[in-house]
Design a protein around this ligand. Structure first.
Ligand code: CP
Length: 326
């Protein structure tokens, strides 16, 4: 497969030198572009009758998830398999962590089993970063608390790039529970580094403190956030990360912040409607909008495989030969 090599050359001849992929805050714009260019080159593999290349043959990849997931875990598994890696899934509830083993002891045991790449999702911010410092295996952050979800933001960026032909200069409004959203944080880093303008919108109780310092415009007024935006990214309310109810009721939230047919009519005709999933239909997004012509929600899911192939490929080591990609 020549495309991966060609696109990587197009990405200014950069090489990936990091062991891990932990967040977009620590990446340069060039590193983000390299990840996107590599993902773009991997997209066509999933369209082939035989969806497999030998790029990661002989590598062992483990999904280690301490929180539920449909999209991220499945697409990492598909990505690893399409690159010919050996892939395993471990969930916290089916591991010896339930018998009192620490996470670090679990990691040391996986290292002893010669695992090359660990994909970690955890409810506590910083867990993948702590583990990355203690193991020689590569760590990919699949979501740590309300901190970062780098591969989600990368697949969002890839989708915007494909649909709009650029990231720079786009006006992206992220609407919903910003305070508890790792997706919002990773997108904010990625979008601002690549030159997009970001508006964050939600009820005051769902906006983080000092949010303006993050480099975005902030509004409580959803109609203002919708007007003129090129992309509307809706987020669900993350009840699992809230200690107290932060909105009076879901009905009121829907009335004040939900994107429905009437509100969509006030948006640009070619606005992209995005959502990382899972959607709470009838709360942040009506089905009319979620399933309508402006929605690229399932394109986001499809792009998740290519982005995760790129992440696995780049953290796995030096560039592969043409033969490895054939
Ligand atoms: N977007 C996202 O992280 O979805 P999952 O929780 O299903 O992985």
């Amino acid at each position: 497969m020549a495309e991966a090599t060609i696109t990587r050359e197009h990405a200014q001849g950069l090489q990936w030198i990091k062991k891990d992929l932990l967040g977009l805050e620590e990446l340069s714009a060039e590193e983000i572009r390299l990840l996107l260019a590599t993902a773009e080159s991997f997209r066509e593999i999933s369209l082939r009758p035989i969806k497999k290349v030998p790029a990661l043959r002989g590598k062992t990849v483990v999904n280690l998830f301490f929180e539920p997931s449909t999209r991220t875990r499945t697409s990492f598994e598909l990505a690893a398999k399409r690159l010919s890696a050996d892939m395993m899934n471990i969930t916290a509830e089916a591991s010896s962590i339930t018998k009192g083993e620490t996470i670090l002891d679990t990691i040391r045991n996986l290292e002893a089993l010669k695992v090359d790449i660990l994909i970690i999702r955890h409810a506590a911010a910083g867990v993948p970063h702590t583990i990355a410092r203690q193991t020689s295996a590569s760590i990919i952050n699949a979501g740590d608390g309300a901190h970062e979800h780098p591969t989600q933001a990368l697949l969002d960026l890839l989708t915007m790039q494909q649909q709009k032909g650029r990231i720079e200069g786009l006006h992206v409004s992220i609407i919903g529970d910003i305070a508890h959203s790792r997706v919002a944080r990773s997108n904010l880093w990625g979008l601002t580094k690549l030159g997009a303008r970001v508006t964050l919108c939600g009820p005051p109780t769902l906006l983080p403190a000092q949010v303006e310092e993050l480099g975005a415009r902030v509004t409580w007024d959803v109609d203002e956030a919708i007007r003129g935006a090129d992309v509307l990214m809706l987020l669900r309310i993350q009840h699992e990360r809230q200690e107290a109810a932060l909105v009076p009721s879901l009905r009121e939230y829907r009335l004040r912040y939900g994107l429905d047919e009437a509100r969509l009519k006030s948006a640009k005709p070619d606005v992209l409607v995005m959502h990382p999933g899972p959607i709470n239909r009838g709360v942040e997004l009506d089905s009319y909008v979620a399933d309508g012509p402006n929605s690229v929600i399932l394109e986001q899911v499809t792009n998740g495989v290519a982005v995760r192939m790129a992440a696995l490929y780049l953290v796995s080591g030096p560039p592969k030969t043409e033969e490895a990609n054939a």
